[in-house]
Design a binder for this molecule. Structure first.
Ligand SMILES: [Zn+2]
Ligand SMILES: [Zn+2]
Length: 189
């Protein structure tokens, strides 16, 4: 069977080296083939001028409307993103992924303070974030197991990232294995 494919799509101007590190982390953790697409501007319809940031839900709609030659599409941006959460109309987030679905988007923005100060930690955090959002697209919900990649950030992306063990917990890994075993074609994994 052909190896499942994921397209990593840079939106805006994320650091190309950071994008390459994220691609390698996805490949080794999920054993999929990752293609880095040419970078694109963020979709103008996602711009939210009141808060000067980008609506992640609109970005997902924008991606959903397009054909991609891959089972999954993960968009990575350096720009701040947000979505509606409960009664909060516009809530800043690190990432958003369909559960399950084809696409997710995540942003390096909330970790930007670490980029020069502690590059290793910065790269670990953005890699963890990518695997969290892609986990959602594969059908993994949030997990209560402390330190699991699928833990809910509960509004504090930095604290959550600091607590991450950098791996799916045993239960999430089993669920992921089951979901992928059940997948019958390249659309599912
Ligand atoms: Zn999540
Ligand atoms: Zn878990």
């Amino acid at each position: 069977m052909e190896e499942p494919r994921l397209i990593l799509l840079p939106l805006g101007d994320p650091d190309p080296e950071v994008v390459r590190v994220i691609a390698a982390r996805i490949e080794t953790t999920l054993r999929v083939s990752v293609t880095i697409a040419a970078k694109e501007p963020l979709p103008p319809e996602a711009w939210f001028p009141d808060r000067k940031r980008w609506r992640a839900d609109r970005i997902l709609d924008h991606l959903a409307a397009r054909p991609f030659a891959a089972a999954r599409v993960a968009a990575v941006t350096d720009q701040p993103i947000s979505t509606t959460k409960g009664v909060i109309r516009d809530w800043g987030i690190a990432g958003l992924g369909e559960l399950p679905g084809r696409q997710c988007v995540f942003s390096t923005f909330l970790y930007r303070g670490l980029k020069r100060r502690d590059r290793a930690t910065y790269l670990r955090y953005v890699g963890d974030l990518a695997l969290h959002e892609i986990g959602h697209t594969l059908g993994l919900p949030h997990c209560d197991h402390s330190g699991c990649l699928m833990a809910d950030a509960k509004g504090n992306a930095l604290r959550s990232a600091a607590q991450s063990q950098g791996a799916y917990c045993a239960r999430c890994a089993r669920t992921l294995g089951r979901l992928r075993l059940r997948a019958t074609d390249n659309r599912d994994w």
